[in-house]
Design a binder for this molecule. Structure first.
Ligand code: PGA
Length: 243
C-alpha cells in the first residue's frame, strides 16, 4: 500500500489555541506514520506550527508566495522567507487565488519558477469550473492549464512539482467528485505529462475538493491518486485517523 501525501490546507482559519489543540489531538493518532502529512497554515502561524511538529512525517507548506523575492511590496511574503521559517512546500495556483486574487497562468508560472529556484516543492492546483464540467471540458481545461504552466517543455519544469487536481465546483461545496472518474482523469494527465516531457516516472498527483472522513479512503484506494489536498475536514485532527 502506497504512503499517501496528505496536504492540510488551513486557508484563513485557526489561531494559536486552535493549533495547540489540533496538535494535541494529532499526537494521539497512531497512523500518522502511515502518511506524509503537510500542513499549510496561515503564514503567520508557520513558525508556531514548526515548533510543535513532533514527527518526521509531518512537514509544512506555505499557502502562497509573492512573485518577487524582496523589495517594496507591502504585505507580501517571498519564497526565501517561507523557506527560512522551514516550509518545504508551497501551494501554487489554488482556485481561490486564481478567482479572488486574479492570479493568471503567467503569475502562477513565475511562482512555480521561484519555488523551483529555492529548491522547495510546488503543489500546483489545476481543475475545471462548473460550466466547463457541465460542458464535458474537464480534460481540455486541465491539459490547457498544464501546457501554459509548463510551456517550455523542459524536464526541469516538472521537477519538484506535485499536481493537485481540484475541480472548482467540488471545493468547499460538499460535492466531491466520483473517485473512479478522478482515477481515470489522473491516469490520463499523468500519461500526457510523461509523454510530453519524455520522463520515465509518473508525476505525483493529488485530488482535492470536499474530501472528508467518509470519502477519503475511496480516493486513496485508486492506484493513481497519490494523496489528497484537504481544506475544511483537515482542520479536525480526527480526520487523519480515518485514513
Ligand atoms: P475543501 O477544500 O476540502 O474544503 O473542499 C479543498 C481545497 O480548497 O484545497
Amino acid at each position: 500500500m502506497k504512503k499517501p501525501l496528505i496536504i492540510s490546507n488551513w486557508k484563513l482559519n485557526g489561531n494559536k489555541n486552535i493549533i495547540d489543540n489540533f496538535i494535541k489531538k494529532l499526537k494521539l493518532i497512531n497512523n500518522i506514520k502511515n502518511m506524509s502529512l503537510v500542513i499549510a497554515p496561515p503564514i503567520i502561524y508557520l513558525e508556531h506550527f514548526k515548533n510543535l511538529i513532533f514527527d518526521k512525517n509531518i512537514s509544512l507548506a506555505a499557502q502562497n508566495i509573492d512573485i518577487h523575492n524582496f523589495g517594496a511590496f507591502t504585505g507580501e511574503i517571498s519564497v526565501d522567507m517561507v523557506k527560512d521559517i522551514g516550509a518545504k512546500y508551497v501551494i501554487i495556483g489554488h482556485s481561490e487565488r486564481r478567482i479572488l486574487h486574479k492570479e493568471d497562468n503567467n503569475i502562477i508560472f513565475k511562482k512555480i519558477d521561484l519555488v523551483k529556484k529555492a529548491n522547495l516543492i510546488s503543489i500546483v492546483c489545476i481543475g475545471e469550473n462548473e460550466i466547463e464540467y457541465k460542458n464535458n471540458e474537464t480534460k481540455k481545461t486541465c491539459i490547457n492549464q498544464i501546457n501554459s504552466l509548463f510551456y517550455q517543455n523542459k524536464i526541469e519544469d516538472i521537477k519538484n512539482i506535485i499536481i493537485a487536481y481540484e475541480p472548482i465546483w467540488a471545493i468547499g461545496t460538499g460535492k466531491s467528485a466520483d473517485p473512479e472518474k478522478i482515477q481515470y482523469l489522473i491516469r490520463y494527465i499523468k500519461k500526457y505529462i510523461k509523454n510530453k516531457f519524455n520522463i520515465s516516472e509518473d508525476i505525483l498527483m493529488l485530488y482535492g475538493g470536499s474530501v472528508n472522513e467518509k470519502n477519503a479512503k475511496n480516493f486513496l484506494q485508486q492506484p493513481d491518486i497519490d494523496g489528497l489536498l484537504v481544506g475544511n475536514a483537515s482542520l479536525e485532527a480526527n480526520f487523519f485517523s480515518s485514513i
